[in-house]
Design a protein around this ligand. Sequence first.
Ligand SMILES: Cc1cc2nc3c(=O)[nH]c(=O)nc-3n(C[C@H](O)[C@H](O)[C@H](O)COP(=O)(O)OP(=O)(O)OC[C@H]3O[C@@H](n4cnc5c(N)ncnc54)[C@H](O)[C@@H]3O)c2cc1C
Length: 405
Amino acid sequence: MKRVLSTNKQLKQMRVGAGMALRDFLPAASRAKLSVPRALLPWWGDLNIGGIVSVAGHGSGQGAPVEVCEIVTSITWVDASGTVRTSDSTTEEWRALCGGIGLLGIITEVTFQLTDSTNTQISTRIQVSDANLASDLNDELISKAITLYWRPDFGVYTAHLQTDAPSGKDKSLNITKGARGVIVPQLDPDANARKTQGAGLKAVSTIPFFELPYDNGESLVCQSAIGITTTPWAQVSTFPPKTKGKRAVDIFDGRVVTNDVQTFVCSNNKVELCSFSNPELDATNSDTEMAVEKARIPELIADVKKLIAVDLRGYGNVPDGSKRCLPPGYFNFRFTNPSKTLIGPGAGLAQPVHAELTVIYSRSIPGRPFRYEWVQEIFEQLLLCKYNGRPRSVLHSYAAPSVGL
Ligand SMILES: Cc1cc2nc3c(=O)[nH]c(=O)nc-3n(C[C@H](O)[C@H](O)[C@H](O)COP(=O)(O)OP(=O)(O)OC[C@H]3O[C@@H](n4cnc5c(N)ncnc54)[C@H](O)[C@@H]3O)c2cc1C
């Protein structure tokens, strides 16, 4: 269940066990000189093939394939009577299995349609004013495998873009070898830098909303939050070197091997670098994601701006009360194609956009709302009730046992 079962080099297809983790699948594809289409896979390397197929996991970028099911050519599964069956992508069973959260049966094997090895061009628009965000999100931009991190409370967004780069290994192509995906914010591999960064993140994410008066220290909290929040970060970097004191290098612009940067992993040299897995930080993520129609994104952006303006308004002439902001985290938009699945998140939508709000907060305040948690709750209600949002069949729980949570 956890390995590659066969590779058809002529058809560029791989049949893999449903229990295989993405972090093992990607190097296996590279060894077979095959690529997963860029920006297609869900972002965490510890997710399993069976899980991401069952929820119709996705990356971002309209036009090219970016929903996992778009490259699933057939599924082998066990039905309720114990019969082993194989359904290809032309069948009704396939439509019910891909994105079907396991309701039809147990998936045991998946065949993926891959491509020859490819390279990817990374580029980043860092901390752009969100004044024209709705019109900035034009067709050209969203075809570039965009992941958009937005902080309406700071009035900025950062767009991480991926496009095709020439394939091959020639030196003249300037491919950075050994690159990797990074989840933002990620802690620094250097212990000292991590200490400072972690302390800031912890301080901001531990404040429950009723323990600090709103008119006290708010600007300070905001300033700390912007420094450690997501918009200034790269989404791709070199792998942290083993040499003590050496740092990974951010790649805001550059060329990389496509398979290298499809996912991130949290552990490096036995140190947990993800905000949600690092034991010293003791943080977790609260996440809301729903798929909505792209045509309604300008209206949704206007609603979120209004929500922030009204619900996080400052305090006029109260000293230090001019600004309020959410804890570390981000609003995020990802764009996919019409889905062939029966009940996957993008099903039934002409141009699905996955709108998300992720908030990082401390696990040291269990059962108590994080600061301004109501903003996330209103966002959820908005998506569901006003925008007919299709909730993810399985939320990003950030509670996987493999990271010790
Ligand atoms: C840190 C993190 C980052 C993420 N990033 C993304 C992202 O970028 N894009 C995205 O789309 N999603 C993302 N997700 C969500 C992720 O795709 C889903 O949570 C997915 O279900 C996780 O896979 P899993 O192997 O943990 O599945 P599980 O949580 O184990 O299972 C999910 C569902 O599928 C069913 N299932 C699992 N395996 C099988 C099987 N073999 N046969 C039948 N049914 C099965 C389960 O019963 C369950 O209903 C992320 C999640 C996390 C935790």
